[in-house]
Design a protein around this ligand. Sequence first.
Ligand SMILES: *[C@@H]1O[C@H](CO)[C@@H](O)[C@H](O)[C@H]1NC(C)=O
Ligand SMILES: *[C@@H]1O[C@H](CO)[C@@H](O)[C@H](O)[C@H]1NC(C)=O
Length: 463
Amino acid sequence: MQSLPWKTIAMAAALLLQLSFLMEIVESSPSDKITELPGQPHVSFNQYSGYVTVDEKKQRALFYYFVEAEIDPVSKPLVIWLNGGPGCSSLGVGAFSENGPFRPSGDVLVKNEYSWNKEANMLYLETPIGVGFSYSADSSSYMSVDDKITARDNLVFLARWFIKFPQYKHRELFITGESYAGHYIPQLAELMIKFNKKEELFNLKGIALGNPVLDFATDFNSRAEYFWSHGLISDSTYKVFTTACNYSRYVGEYYRGSVSPMCSRVMSQVSRETSRFVDKYDVTLDVCIPSVLSQSKIISPQQVTVSLDVCVEDETVNYLNRKDVQKALHARLIGLNKWTVCSNILDYDMLNVEIPTISVVGLIIKAGIPVLVYSGDQDSVIPLIGSRSLVHKLSKELGLNTTTPYRVWFEGKQVGGWTQVYGNILSFATVRGASHEAPFSQPERSLVLFKSFLQSRPLPEIF
Ligand SMILES: *[C@@H]1O[C@H](CO)[C@@H](O)[C@H](O)[C@H]1NC(C)=O
Ligand SMILES: *[C@@H]1O[C@H](CO)[C@@H](O)[C@H](O)[C@H]1NC(C)=O
């Protein structure tokens, strides 16, 4: 599953060559500064957006949106945020619906009081190529994109982004994100650690993974128990969903283009009982959530066949498709006539979902970099049950003892969730009442979690 050592060394070497060569021809920093986004309230922090070319030959360029911290950006870390899919936009989902400074509302942007730029300089990256405003002039680049290509492009992106923003080059760096970013983030961190052995470029201080795909079988099969324990399926359906055909088997068959009659039968039984009028990303939410949040559709093929478009309003999609907004963002639509939340031109190698990344998380911890795995506890797509057991198992493998026993943490006077810490380096936390997109549905609690993570401090034990 993992590459052979000589292969990775060769790759790292090739990457170095590529980087040192390409760094010379990178365009001298054009002004990516955003004067003002249409309809935004007055703010005192700086915003930037634009492109970083990751491959001149095929003219592949990744789009970013960078928001400096509200107060004293010089003293605050740099945090990358990545959404999953694969193929969904960190700009539309992450920045404009989850933890960015603004949320679109009609013709204007309203301030998000729990924006993560209260604590950090936030860099939202639309990745891989073909997502959002990121593009390639050569459309063959959208074919067979995989985890490897994505990790490498993300690394090249950041190395070159530092050329535009040299003041951030040695800044404390954290990588955060959710869902399929459970692949992107550990894989990017691993490349950074390798790169740093040659040249100390990335001052990586931690990674945080929200409702992440870390081990396909464990994550996907915890869905059955989650459905069952939340009353979404019956005892008898639970039984066939855990014996006759489990979810990882179904997804594997689905992506190989041959769903067996047995799995097909089991899945229709499951779908019938769970109902398409329940949001699988938050089983307690009413179904009308912006389609912008349906980002994990792709890792959840059960939903792909059911078009659930009961929401008429889609403010982010409307906003990001305005010409004046695109102009203000320095964004271009290349080979597309519309910005979409999740790409429909990207052809991602979906079988990559089966690559376990929990072992990569282990390597990152061994390199001394803290990891937080957190779960919105109302999510049935990547339920807390799977994430919690994966973290626990990893702690055992690494010989990390519990340093904070399983306990509640507080936000205000209410329980914000539960947490457990191993060896003061590997943390698990739930966000109570949160969906798959925790910062969207529980912004206050998520901000408390984020702040503790950045400061390497225990979550509030009392109020
Ligand atoms: C899921 O099904 C596969 C194939 O039948 C099997 O190998 C695996 O052990 C099952 N996993 C669980 C958790 O039931
Ligand atoms: C972990 O706990 C075990 C059992 O109490 C103990 O023997 C071991 O030394 C501890 N390891 C560390 C790293 O503290």
